[in-house]
Design a protein around this ligand. Structure first.
Ligand SMILES: Nc1ncnc2c1ncn2[C@@H]1O[C@H](COP(=O)(O)OP(=O)(O)OP(=O)(O)O)[C@@H](O)[C@H]1O
Ligand SMILES: [Mg+2]
Length: 387
């Protein structure tokens, strides 16, 4: 490969191979440095104020409630009177004290897909943050990574290229080697949050699914994920599917498997235009699938993400409100340095025990995510009450 500046470069397939290998080596080193001790992440700790917040009680009640309900008392910090609670402690507290809706006995868990065929609109950040926030509201959550990029897998502490064998992804089920997706569920470093991981091997699904549809007459190729996830609904209150930036066979499967859809969309003219196209193509696609037309969603919500405080974004929000009406749930996640700082360390905001930088920026980003978790929990409670 000619590297002289200004010269026209020709790149052979061998150069490309070298480039891919060098880049993979560099990324592996960066990951090793970031996720110490390799490869596991650690869950955050919680202050008494954070526990009180999660349980909707006053901080002054913590001592009394600890004794009354025999709850975890937290660890004293050296040189300070402050207590520190583990994630397990926090979940124990929430389950005992917070009066939040939960899945009635005998009712199936719900499936939510996060989708938008535009790339980089915060699908994965939203999926993982929402999953974490909902475990802190007492739910048992499964994230299904249906994107070969494996970003959700990575954020949940598993390196898609280093730690994930193709047998651990949805692929054996897609190939028909497994009866359902139970085999692929893995625990993560975060209590009550499991994952079905992804790796780049998921790209093969885009060939395997149509091949199966061609070879088996009447095969309902759009309902594969739905069928594979069905038995898991007893084990999980919520199954959250992260999709790739495309309307691929897997994305369509994720949308058909879902009881609810969440679309993160920045209020930007091009992102808005692309979202309109997305709904158009999806609805046309569904029209062509036998029986899919009768499908009902519990809810479809569009969330403003990466919102910038400027005139253009205010204008596009008015168009989006006109276009999507009640499907705009009013939650605005700002474009935030706190989001960028967290993801530069392969973390979400919920992985941080305390603000990493400005406390104000941390709160401005985390508050709307908390409200999104409350909103989703309310939607689930409504759907469970009708089940
Ligand atoms: N609120 C935010 N403010 C600033 N940056 C953000 C915010 N949310 C996400 N990002 C950044 O935007 C980038 C894309 O986010 P993310 O991976 O969640 O999007 P995505 O829609 O899943 O992307 P893809 O389409 O590639 O799957 C990441 O670098 C992330 O850190
Ligand atoms: Mg993503």
């Amino acid at each position: 490969m000619e590297t002289q500046q200004g010269a026209i470069q020709q790149v052979s397939m061998q150069d490309l191979d070298t480039l891919a290998n060098t880049a993979a080596d560099v990324l592996a080193q960066v990951r090793d440095a970031m996720i110490e001790p390799h490869p596991r992440k650690v869950a955050p700790t919680f202050s008494s104020a954070a526990i009180a917040d999660l349980c909707n009680v006053n901080k002054t009640q913590i001592k009394y409630l600890t004794q009354k309900h025999d709850l975890p008392a937290g660890q004293k910090q050296e040189g300070s009177k402050a207590k520190e609670y583990s994630l397990q402690d926090a979940i124990t507290w929430v389950n005992a004290i917070a009066k939040r809706p939960s899945r009635p006995n005998g009712t199936d868990g719900k499936v939510l897909s996060v989708c938008n065929y535009k790339g980089g609109v915060a699908k994965t950040s939203t999926t993982v943050a929402l999953a974490q926030a909902l475990t802190l509201r007492g739910l048992n959550v499964l994230v299904v990574d249906c994107d070969g990029q494996g970003t959700a897998t990575q954020l949940l502490g598993i390196s898609p290229e280093q730690d994930v064998e193709i047998e651990q992804t949805i692929m054996p089920y897609i190939h028909g080697d497994m009866p359902d997706l139970h085999y692929a569920v893995q625990a993560t470093y975060w209590q009550n949050l499991s994952i079905i991981p992804a790796s780049s091997g998921l790209l093969a699904a885009e060939f395997a699914i149509p091949a199966k549809a061609m070879s088996q007459r009447g095969f309902r190729f759009w309902e594969m994920l739905k069928a594979g996830l069905q038995p898991l609904r007893q084990d999980f209150d919520l199954i959250l599917i992260d999709t790739s930036p495309s309307l691929s066979h897997l994305t369509v499967n994720a949308m058909i498997a879902a009881d609810g859809l969440l679309m993160p969309c920045p209020p930007d003219a091009l992102d808005f235009a692309s979202s309109v196209q997305f709904w158009g193509i999806f609805s046309e696609l569904v029209e062509g699938l036998p029986d899919a037309k009768s499908k009902r969603y519990d809810f479809i919500s569009i969330i403003y993400t990466k919102v910038q405080a400027n005139e253009i974004s205010r204008l596009v929000k008015t168009w989006m409100k006109q276009a999507y009406g009640a499907h705009i749930n009013g939650i605005e996640i700002p474009d935030s340095t706190a989001a960028r700082t967290a993801s530069a360390q392969l973390k979400t905001i919920y992985d941080l025990s305390k603000p990493d930088g400005s406390a104000e920026a941390y709160r401005r980003y985390k508050d709307p995510l908390d409200r999104l978790a409350d909103y989703v929990l309310d939607q689930l409670a409504i759907a469970w009450s009708k089940a």
